[in-house]
Design a binder for this molecule. Structure first.
Ligand code: B12
Length: 395
């Protein structure tokens, strides 16, 4: 396998039992698996849409509140209907799922059900042996969305297979050749489509980037009844190369047929993005979306993740009011580079001081940078409205 195994995990609709899957997720990522976590209370449609967009090897469902025979078979059925029967389904649910239920679920296409008492090692071994082999022949994509998802995997796989041979000089050369080859394939594929407007969001972890993006997506979907948007979201890889790709669990509005979301792990690259990001972004930008939003991992002071003259049209730095003393602001490189700076969580006590200090810092730059205060967690927040207007109209 060139890339780490990617799976999606979720808890069904009307079920809030997430502590089992949270523990299992952590064990998977410790063993080099990339887990896209969708969260709890998720519908069949949300799970299948996410599995196809993320192009995962398998979906792991943790189910406790009953209805599992129907729920699991709806998932396998919809995957099949959408031409994604190569995405496998497995899961568990303590003592709720009986042996008899499991047999019925397997007849409906579920790979395996794990019962109470199974060790974490058994589950990890199962995923590695069952879903760790390269996929043989993939079914032909049945939708442009599925085709796009497959192409993004190809790009990530190409980078992964080269980076495994690092750090020889020939590998470096071959790596850059692959970059060129994949970019051109991607762009040629969709050269008829107009280029999307690309927005880059960055900022420290916990500033609320994901929630803010989700609120902007909601406004976009409401304003443009036919508009389409793509999100390329990043989370850090941990030692052993697994990653918890958890932004989907926060993004509620973005679980929508007009939103294409892809989660990427940084796979050892510092600075907030993945080695494959630029090529994936170039492909998304030419795939018929109105907007592409790229979100970095939580970044540090020195980070400047978006390349100069790259595909990103506008950059947004999302700050938390609690950044420490005024002196800290002098060190944040993105404060020089961002087009828009957002002080999120502006309902916090320190937010007014933060606004004034950042405003003074931006004045020193002498550039046309905008500063906006938001409370992304609040629905219909006036600051988010203002940010959306600025992004969508430039005013
Ligand atoms: C912890 C718990 C809670 C916690 C949940 C905390 C949380 N955030 O998850 C709290 C207290 C909040 C809770 C609430 C409720 N609960 Co509760 N809860 C449990 C309990 C005791 C344990 C479940 C658990 O986490 N086990 C730990 C895991 C790691 O072990 P396991 O379950 O044995 O799972 C093994 C395998 O199946 C596998 N596995 C599990 N999932 C997955 C997924 C994948 C992908 C894989 C590979 C493997 C796998 O991993 C384990 C390996 O050993 C069960 C009873 C039980 N013994 O199952 C009831 C239970 C599930 N709850 C129950 C009920 C009724 C409720 C409530 C409705 C109660 C109420 N009236 O308010 C609420 C509903 C909450 C909601 N929003 O959905 C019932 C469900 C009955 C049913 N289905 O008919 C149960 C069975 C208790 C009972 N006997 O009545 N609950």
């Amino acid at each position: 396998m060139p890339s780490p195994i990617r799976i999606l995990t979720a808890v069904p609709i009307c079920d809030g039992h997430d502590s089992a899957i949270n523990t299992i997720n952590l064990e998977f990522i410790r063993h080099g698996i990339e887990v896209v976590y969708l969260g709890y209370h998720r519908s069949v449609t949300d799970i299948v849409r996410a599995a196809i967009q993320e192009d995962v090897r398998a979906v792991g469902i943790s189910s406790y509140n009953g209805g599992h025979i129907e729920f699991f078979s709806e998932v396998t059925g919809l995957l099949q209907k959408r031409g994604a029967s190569d995405i496998k389904v497995f899961g568990g649910g303590g003592g709720t799922i009986t042996q008899q239920d499991a047999a019925a679920m397997k007849r409906k296409g579920v790979d395996n059900i794990f019962f109470a008492g199974t060790s974490l090692a058994e589950m990890t071994d199962y995923v590695r042996t069952q879903y760790g082999k390269p996929r043989n022949k993939r079914p032909r994509p049945r939708s442009p969305e599925q085709e796009l998802a497959h192409k993004l995997s190809e790009i990530e796989d190409a980078y992964a297979s080269v980076s495994r041979k690092r750090p020889t000089a020939s590998a470096q050369r071959s790596r850059s050749n692959k970059t060129v080859r994949h970019s051109s394939v991607a762009i040629r594929h969709s050269s008829r489509a107009e280029r999307a407007r690309v927005m880059g969001f960055t900022g420290p972890g916990g500033a609320g980037k994901t929630t803010l993006i989700d609120e902007l997506v909601l406004r976009f979907l409401n304003q443009n009844s036919r508009g389409r948007i793509a999100i390329l979201s990043h989370d850090p890889s941990v030692v052993g190369e697994g990653a918890l790709l958890g932004d989907r669990a926060t993004m509620i509005n973005s679980q929508n047929d007009r939103v294409f979301m892809r989660s990427m792990a940084t796979r050892g690259q510092a600075g907030g993005l993945s080695p494959a990001t630029q090529d994936c972004l170039a492909l998304l930008a030419r795939s018929g979306f109105d907007y592409v939003i790229i979100e970095t991992v939580g970044t540090g002071q020195e980070a400047m993740p978006f390349q100069k003259n790259g595909v990103v049209d506008q950059t947004v730095l999302v700050m938390n009011p609690d950044y420490g003393s005024r002196l800290q602001l002098q060190k944040i490189v993105m404060l020089d580079l961002a087009d828009i700076v957002v002080v999120n969580k502006s309902d916090l006590q320190r937010a007014r001081t933060a606004h004034t200090e950042i405003e003074q810092r931006l004045e020193q730059n002498g550039r046309d940078q905008r500063l906006i205060d938001t409370v992304a967690k609040r629905h219909r927040d006036a600051g988010v409205d203002q940010l959306f207007k600025l992004i969508s109209t430039g005013r």
